[in-house]
Design a protein around this ligand. Sequence first.
Ligand code: G3I
Length: 400
Amino acid sequence: MKPIRLVTASLAAAALAVSLAAPAAAAPPAGDPPRGHAKHDTLRWVAPKGFHIGSAVAGGGHHESQPYPDPFTSDRPYRKILAKEFSSVSPENQMKWEYIHPERDRYDFAMADAIVGFAKANRQVVRGHTLLWHSQNPTWLEEGDFSATELREILREHIMTVVGRYAGRIQQWDVANEIFDDDGNLRTQDNIWIRELGPGIVADAFRWAHQADPVAELFLNDYNVEGVNAKSDAYYALVQDLLAQGVPVHGFSAQAHLSIRYGFPGSLEENLRRFDRLGLATAITELDVRMDLPESGEPTEEQLAQQADYYRRTLEACLNVSGCDSFTIWGFTDKYSWVPVFFSGQGAATVMWDDFTRKPAYRALRSTLAEAARCGAQRPGRGWAPGHAPRSASFTDGRR
Ligand code: G3I
């Protein structure tokens, strides 16, 4: 079934129509989530059946330098909202090499296990993030003096161990993350795997992941690939090459770290659609929309309206492509966002204020999901559930 096409009639009018709530006072809630997070009033409840609406699970990374304890394990109201609002979760840092494989002969699965367990208890799917990346690798790996044969075996063993441990419990894996630069060149310098082992290692990573978990959907994931551009063109060429070789690549995903400082990537839908036509699943995996904060630190109503518009248009693009049934935001509350830590003077990038009250962007997502569900945009696609083979698993023979 084709998805019902969602079109924003007048973006300007729609943006103005979004009701604007004043930022709430910063005091964190002490007990239950604030009113308005009732079950029937949540993103996952209103979403079309089979469409996964997700959030990153805050922990590790920049959180460790912030003046609060680990969010996922310590903040009860945060956990309640994570469970109620979302049907998919992505470990923000907890499955990255530096956390899950801190020493050559030692894995630490505690945080990843906790997230996978939480997801099971709350009937959520999990997006695994990530297996082959140039960043957040442990020192023992980056500064080790390994031969090519040893490095290849280290990567194979890591993928078999980590993917194998969660086999059947991860819906989608970001197998290769950010392997091209913005000009569409493979990262042959800063990505240790590609530098030391050559570009063919990307295909091997997919093969090993598929071997370890034949039901997980295996993705290429990157930022600045929302629109049709040199970088997404490079992925488009790579995917065709991998498919021709029979490599089990099942999906292409755009992270979508957007900013209202720049125009909206208007060719997002067209871009997702061309990967869909190759037979791949598509996904939005890390959406947030940052802004330059005024001196007061509080976004203006216009900024919030524009932000809501970007959230809505990103969601609409995904809903309009039949194989795009996974849509994840990179955290749901400003309280834990990575944005102010990385971009000085910018922030307010998520859909909820520090105290978990909802912004216009939240309401834009919810109304768009509800409209899609009302229009009958069910997601018939792969309908992933533990034990179901991914749509393109049969591509392993190289034919579509
Ligand atoms: O490794 C250094 C350590 O040596 C130093 O002492 C410490 C001091 O703060 O910083 C450590 O680096 C931190 C790094 O995580 C490693 O844990 C950075 O400060 C910290 O900012 C970083 O944050 C994470 C970032 O990935 C790293 O690239 C964020 O929490 C996480 O949200 C972010 O997520 C990425 C996705 O995985 C991929 N797409 C982009 C997205 C946003 O950057």
